[in-house]
Design a protein around this ligand. Structure first.
Ligand code: PDD
Length: 285
């Protein structure tokens, strides 16, 4: 039985209950995180909590929890759920009022929720063992605050479903100017002539922890050039490699975009080098 945290207790997930007037339920009014934990080792913990605190302050949700409160909760959840390969999900909503009213309620305590789910063992830098991904593409129709990791994910869910319905693993998104933003639940990268390129941070995409760690690891290593700049969809279609990154996937090599092969349609050599560097340095963060 999976153990969850709700407000101040650790309880079996099947016993966790919230009010239907919770603003997370009514409005998607909350912030969430997903932190990988491999045999009890949390990956990118500080960066994940920093991002969650930025998100909370971005939506004016006050919660008096320090990094060590979150760490304590994550460690307890990991232990109580077997300390294997886990995604630790954290969510804070603005809480349950006694009425449905758009304005922020006063004197309502936030709802704090955490649970874990099983994730695969971490990807290894081995072309024969790595999962390869196929993606669709679609115009990004989400809101203009995509840097906030809001629980209001319907826009992302609908985009994910478009790719899924076409038999693909993800959907790459582009803005009105035909520029790549990210994917429905991942950041996106291309590789051209050995250079790794990813769209710049801003309100069009989530500041992915995996994205940011990867850019930093590549820059510190110095053997592969990396650029943060606008990427057009023409560049995506002409890329030698396309990657999607997220906490649970790390670097996912995309082998087809809208059914057309990426490069030679196989996992690329730059992916191999980048995943090897990521695997060696990911616990430095
Ligand atoms: N998704 N962009 C979006 C829209 C995302 O939802 C995610 C993560 C990412 C990658 O961020 P990170 O590297 O910090 O995981 C980018 C999570 C895992 C999810 O919603 O399940």
């Amino acid at each position: 039985m999976s153990i969850a945290f709700l407000n101040d207790s650790y309880i079996p997930i099947t016993e966790a209950k919230i009010s239907p007037l919770d603003r997370g339920f009514l409005f998607g009014d909350g912030i969430y995180e997903v932190i990988p934990s491999y045999q009890g080792k949390l990956l990118g913990f500080k960066a994940h909590i920093d991002r969650m605190l930025d998100g909370l302050s971005g939506i004016g949700l006050k919660l008096n929890w320090s990094h060590s409160d979150w760490q304590d909760m994550c460690e307890k959840l990991a232990v109580q759920n077997g300390n294997g390969n886990l995604g630790i999900y954290l969510q804070v909503s603005r809480g349950a009022d006694i009425k449905r009213y758009h304005a922020f309620p006063e004197a309502v305590s936030p709802t704090v929720f955490g649970f874990t789910f099983d994730i695969p063992s971490p990807p290894v830098a081995d072309k024969n063992r790595a999962k390869s991904y196929t993606v669709s593409t679609s115009e990004d129709l989400r809101w203009q605050r995509c840097h906030i990791k809001s629980t209001a994910l319907l826009g992302n869910v609908l985009h994910f479903q478009e790719g899924y319905d076409q038999g693909n693993d993800e959907t790459l998104l582009y803005n009105k100017r035909n520029e790549l933003t990210e994917a429905s639940a991942c950041n996106a990268f291309i590789v051209k002539d050995g250079v790794v390129i990813t769209p710049p941070l801003g309100n069009q995409l989530l500041p992915g922890i995996t994205r940011n760690m990867l850019v930093d690891i590549l820059r510190k290593d110095g053997s592969i050039n990396v650029e943060e700049r606008v990427v057009t969809m023409e560049e995506v279609r002409g890329a030698d490699e396309v990657w999607i990154t997220s906490s649970t996937k790390e670097i996912g090599a995309v082998v087809s975009v809208d059914d057309a092969p990426v490069g030679d349609g196989k996992i690329g050599d730059v992916w191999l080098a980048a995943q090897a560097l990521f695997s060696s340095h990911k616990y430095d963060y």
